[in-house]
Design a protein around this ligand. Structure first.
Ligand code: AGP
Length: 465
């Protein structure tokens, strides 16, 4: 019997009452070949699916098959073997999600629900990990002693899409707080270029699903070359989490919308925890450690306060009526936030949104600025503020509308529209500047009537090459 890929993605059930369609067999043989495959253990029934989320309604007890593993699934149990026929022993794990978490509740879209869940999701990412006594963070899943972490000379963070952009935010944080050279790279590119893997580099894989094929392939390549890898993952027990064997789980809860919102924020928060940890092993002072811990403690409340001002952000969306192109710009970590804002806008609204470092605008893209091309600028009141203002003036001089996501304070030039958020701490402000951009993308998409939760051509987990 053959199952369509749709049946596998949605989850397939085999109970003692079933006779399998088109056969009289009492068992199904399933095999994992690249894409994920998980068995669900029910009460006299078994399930299998490509994503554990498809099983939560029926069971939370699951077994993840390894690549090249085969399972004979009966209604009341299963046996697993390698391709060569050797029996394997699997330990079931528990999906830490409740069925209700998949309910849209009062919200029209999962994207909007998941944006709203961020204060709680961030609290869970932080839970038990802030150490106010030593002004540092506890990251038990790292399984790396302080001595090992002191040997780290470089950090390389890999992910795809929003996970790659969260990696870029994390690289800024690690370089700023721990003064370790840190870079983010798209995992999909890393695996294409026979990368040099160094013994004193800490490699980090970031993935919501833990199943993204390109990220998994990058992890396997790093391991094959003897590199030290850890994961920043949302789905417990996922393939990349198991392959890395150490890391930080986000505990953000299930993310159903194809676009990442809460898991982007929680990934950046997890990387902030790591940056503080690495920093406090080096030169990050007690006072700065304490300052950042205090800021993280109040981060969820600040996110909640921004979310309450949604009607103001919905009005910003009017700037996109009648346009097909937009720029998103910022400097340093602000550029990463601009990139995430542009990714969200293009995914859900189908508008062409291009992110550019604000400093690079005059080296080419300025030619495209016109009254029909709005520019969103990520404009914190940091030491790059004056440079960012000069970018705003260059855009305005060409008739381009400017929408600023900024902090309160005097500005020497007028924006067409702006949204001010309170400043938290300069290193962590990017985490807050991202929140209005999520809502902006959502409201532009609402106005344009697109399929917000399932944008065309996109899948939640890209488990194929
Ligand atoms: C983000 O909005 C996208 N859905 C996509 O770019 C996603 O971040 C990417 O495919 C990586 O997914 P992962 O986090 O599950 O690895």
């Amino acid at each position: 019997m053959r199952l369509s890929s749709a049946a596998v993605a949605a989850g397939y059930r085999l109970s003692t009452y079933d006779t399998l369609p088109s056969t009289n067999a009492q068992a199904l043989v399933v095999a994992r070949n690249g894409s994920p495959l998980v068995l669900g253990i029910g009460d006299n029934e078994m399930f299998f699916a490509s994503d554990p989320a498809a099983l939560v309604r029926h069971t939370t007890s699951v077994v993840h098959l390894d690549d090249g593993e085969i399972a004979a699934v009966h209604a009341d149990g299963y046996e697993t073997r390698t391709l060569e026929g050797t029996a394997t022993i699997k330990t079931p794990s528990t999906i830490p999600w409740k069925d209700e978490a998949f309910d849209k509740g009062e919200f029209t879209h999962y994207m909007r629900k998941e944006i709203a869940e961020q204060p709680e999701a961030v609290r869970r990412t932080l839970s038990g990990r802030l150490d106010a006594r030593f002004q540092t963070t506890h990251l038990g899943g790292l399984s790396l002693a302080a001595r090992d972490l002191l040997d780290v000379r470089r950090v390389k963070i890999l992910g795809c899409g929003a996970a790659y952009i969260a990696s870029a935010v994390g690289a800024h944080l690690i370089e700023t707080l721990a003064r370790i050279p840190a870079h983010a790279e798209a995992a999909s590119e890393f695996r294409n270029r026979n990368a040099v893997v160094e013994r004193d580099t800490l490699y980090i894989a970031v993935s919501q699903s833990g199943e993204t094929f390109d990220t998994l392939a990058a992890v396997q390549e790093i391991k094959r070359k003897g590199g030290r890898i850890m994961g920043i993952i949302n789905v417990v027990g996922s393939t990349i989490a198991r392959e890395c064997g150490r890391g930080i789980y986000l505990h953000a809860g299930p993310e159903v919308a194809v676009v990442s919102t809460k898991t982007f924020t929680c990934s950046a928060v997890a990387l902030a925890l790591l940056a503080i940890h690495l920093g406090r092993l080096r030169d990050l002072s007690v006072a700065n450690g304490a300052r950042l811990i205090r800021a993280l403690q109040v981060l969820p409340d600040h996110i909640a306060a921004i979310l309450e001002r949604e009607p103001e952000i919905a009005r910003l969306a009017e700037a996109f009526v009648g346009t097909e192109h937009a720029f998103y710009v910022g400097r340093a970590a602000g550029y990463a936030i601009a990139a995430e804002g542009a990714l969200k806008l293009k995914e859900v609204s189908y508008l062409h949104a291009e992110a550019y470092p604000a400093s690079e605008l005059k080296h080419g893209p300025l030619a495209l600025i016109s009254p029909q091309t709005p520019t969103v600028i990520v404009l914190p009141s940091d030491d790059l503020f004056a440079k960012n203002i000069s970018t705003v003036e260059e855009i305005k001089a060409r008739g381009g509308p400017v929408i600023a996501i900024t902090h309160p304070g005097e500005v020497p030039t007028a924006f067409d529209r702006s949204f001010e958020i309170p400043a938290l701490e300069p290193e962590l402000d990017p985490l807050l500047l991202n929140i209005p951009l999520q809502l902006l993308a959502y409201h532009v998409a609402l106005q344009r009537g697109t399929n917000i939760d399932q944008p065309r051509n996109l899948a939640k987990s890209v488990t194929v090459e």
